[in-house]
Ligand binder design. Structure first.
Ligand SMILES: [Zn+2]
Length: 99
């Protein structure tokens, strides 16, 4: 696997990468399964997403804020290992680099 850099993506670009079951999983995780260090619990009301990154390993890293306490939270979604994106990530990287 060649070394690629981490890129910032928006929610529209994320939606292009994920298939339907991934989207469900992603939504569900954002709503119920992001740990907030400040609350010392999962962010029960979910989080507001502030930034999204496609990492060099093709994982998705989400930065956001806990809707209860407004503290920063992060969560890594490991999609990269299964080569899940079927080269969709490569197209996206190209289009972003070209713009
Ligand atoms: Zn919190």
């Amino acid at each position: 696997m060649s070394i690629q850099s981490e890129i910032k993506i928006n929610q529209f670009q994320l939606a292009l990468l994920l298939d339907e079951s991934d989207k469900d999983f992603f939504k569900c995780s954002i709503a119920h399964n992001v740990y907030c260090l400040n609350c010392r619990d999962v962010a029960k009301n979910g989080i507001d997403i502030t930034e999204l990154y496609l990492t060099e390993f093709n994982d998705i890293r989400v930065h956001g804020r806990c809707k209860i306490c407004n503290c920063e939270v992060r969560r890594l979604f490991e999609f990269g290992e299964e080569d899940k994106f079927n080269n969709k990530d490569k197209k996206l990287r190209k289009s972003i680099q070209a713009s």
